[in-house]
Design a protein around this ligand. Structure first.
Ligand SMILES: [Zn+2]
Length: 174
């Protein structure tokens, strides 16, 4: 019994070592949509009735990341983030053209603990990131639909690399 436990430990440790060394993060781990907003310097009108307090942290999460994203808020903008009851299973929705976008956060499905994660995710779509459901990544990207929305609330190095591969230093899309 004792011996088999020892072998089990060795097997588990070997697996842990192999897994750790195997899952190295490369910049190409990001997935681009090819349809993002033309500039990463955007002004947004925040109309979120239910989750307004979660917008600021989401905005800061992108602005404070080492990415070429700069989000400001204004009384008027072509771009809006809103919250209301979407009568389906979506956590959030977005509509993106080259000159404007809107984001809707599902006020029925989201709670205070998931709202920021969903806003940061939807903003990722605005900035040319696609859903990234690669389960082999060592770090779960904000763009993963499998992320724990109560835990993953900020862009990861993978997401930031994707944005920086999409926009030049002036914030314009390549
Ligand atoms: Zn998505």
């Amino acid at each position: 019994m004792k011996k088999s436990k020892k072998y089990l430990s060795i097997i588990l440790l070997s697996c842990l070592f192999l897994c750790t060394t195997q899952f190295t993060v490369y910049a190409t781990d990001y997935v681009l949509s090819g349809g993002g907003y033309y500039t990463s310097r955007v002004t947004i009108t925040n109309n979120m009735l239910t989750f307004s307090s979660y917008f600021s942290p989401a905005q800061s999460a992108w602005n404070n990341a080492t990415s070429r994203v700069n989000i400001t808020t204004g009384l008027w903008s072509n771009n809006t983030i809103d919250s209301y009851d979407i009568s389906d299973s979506y956590w959030g929705l977005n509509g993106i053209s080259s000159t404007s976008f809107y984001i809707v956060i599902n006020s029925v499905k989201n709670t205070s603990s998931t709202a920021q994660s969903v806003i940061v995710h939807e903003l990722g779509h605005v900035f040319n990131l696609a859903d990234n459901n690669n389960i082999l990544l060592a770090t779960v990207p904000i763009m993963s639909n499998y992320r724990d929305r109560t835990v993953v609330k900020t862009p990861t190095s993978i997401d930031i690399a994707g944005v920086n591969a999409s926009y030049n230093i002036s914030g314009n899309k390549y």
